[in-house]
Design a protein around this ligand. Structure first.
Ligand code: PLP
Length: 387
């Protein structure tokens, strides 16, 4: 039989990590000692109190049944309480909050709720890949907003032509940013909010890393900006905050009309988050613990070992204020891919080539701080020998 793949699937951008994945498998197969600085997945477990909450929930009689599409009312209330405490923003748990099976799920589905074929979506470049694939699946057209070092990795709204801005329906932003690790403040969010209101564009702010911050930095919410709730929503995740990536729980919040449109898409596709995970999520959000302080201290120490180490061998790298990524300019004589391949072949180090996140990521590599300080030190020593 001739199995034909849909045109929509064929339109996805090429997967540029293939070659790195192949080299990684090959090196591991050959028994090489690989330091994997590629994966954006915390190496630490979730705190015990969350694991205990999951274990007790699993023993409840009706926990195994289908969950409510809109999430347990107690979870939505816990999210509203957390949001008010964290950002001083009051959200209506019935209309302005929607639990998700991880924020990726909502990010990938939101274009189906808002985009008609050929509608334009403004998407940062480089970026977390589902912004692009979600828009493509919905039949929309991508207009890329380059994130450049000279603009502190913020999109330059003045560079977007009036005609493009007027035809755009949706705009993605993401701070703290993956892969550049840049942060954005309320001034920038205010500009985005005004730009969106003027051009009738719905804003989706991905705040998956809002809690992973260093040196006392606190990331504001987009919804704190004036007018933001009129124009958009924000995505949050429990994945990085509580080391729960595999558990699949996050949420969207903000503009009630957008939230209800996303809920409608989801009710036709999934059947909610497993109830036991929702209960554990409630515990995570309500619990007063020093988990985040400890987690961020750990990443900050690793960041310092990496950045100080790289600076000492002549690579100019700035210390990020958030995320567990370091975005590093490749030295002269290399591009993203050649450097990544060289580090893997000659030093047994996996890094992510920046161009895998989009054209404007060329000239950078991304290193994740998801291995111990000792391994990071070892990685710096190996990089020194190879460069
Ligand atoms: C920028 C960004 N947003 C969202 C996600 C998705 O997180 P999750 O689906 O686990 O909530 C990730 C995961 O790596 C990410 O890097």
């Amino acid at each position: 039989m001739d199995i034909k793949i849909s045109d929509r699937l064929k339109k996805l951008p090429p997967y540029l990590f293939v070659e790195i994945d192949r080299l990684k498998r090959q090196a591991k197969g050959a028994g090489k000692d690989i330091i994997d600085l590629g994966v954006g997945d915390p190496d630490q477990p979730p705190p015990k109190f969350i694991i205990n909450a999951l274990c007790s929930a699993l023993k409840e009689a009706n926990i195994h049944k289908y969950a409510l599409d809109l999430g347990q009312p107690e979870l939505r209330q816990a999210i509203a309480d957390w949001y008010r405490k964290r950002f001083n923003v009051r959200l209506n748990p019935d209309t302005e909050i929607l639990p998700l099976i991880g924020s990726k799920e909502g990010i990938a589905h939101i274009p189906l709720a808002l985009i008609n074929p050929r509608d334009v979506a403004l998407v940062p470049d480089p970026c977390y890949p589902p912004y692009k694939s979600g828009v493509i699946f919905a039949g929309g057209k991508l207009h890329l907003m380059p994130l450049l070092e000279e603009n502190a990795f913020l999109p330059d709204l003045s560079a977007i032509k009036k005609g493009v801005a007027r035809s755009a329906k949706l705009l993605f932003i993401n701070y703290p940013n993956n892969p550049t690790s840049a942060v954005a403040g309320l001034k920038f969010f205010g500009e985005i909010s005004r730009f969106a209101a003027k051009n009738n564009i719905i804003v989706c702010h991905d705040a998956a890393y809002s809690e992973i911050t260093f040196d006392g930095y606190k990331q504001p919410s987009f919804l704190q900006a004036k007018g933001a709730r009129g124009v958009g929503i924000e995505f949050h995740s429990l994945s990085k905050t509580f080391n729960m990536t595999g558990w699949r729980i996050g949420f969207a919040c903000g503009n009630a009309r957008v939230i209800s449109a996303l809920a409608k898409v989801k009710s036709n596709i999934d059947s909610g988050i497993f109830n036991a995970i929702q209960k554990a999520g409630i515990t995570a959000l309500k619990h007063k613990s020093d988990h985040l302080v400890k987690t961020n201290k750990l990443y900050q120490e690793r960041r310092d070992v990496l950045v100080d180490g790289l600076n000492s061998i002549g690579l100019e790298v700035k210390k990020p204020r958030a995320t567990f990524y370091v975005w590093i300019k490749v030295p002269h004589g290399h591009d993203s891919m050649t450097l990544s391949q060289k580090l893997l072949r000659n030093a047994g180090i996996v890094v992510t080539p920046g161009n895998g996140f989009g054209k404007s990521g060329e000239g950078f590599i991304r290193i994740a701080l998801t291995v111990s300080k000792e391994r990071i030190k070892e990685a710096v020593d190996r990089i020194k020998k190879v460069l």
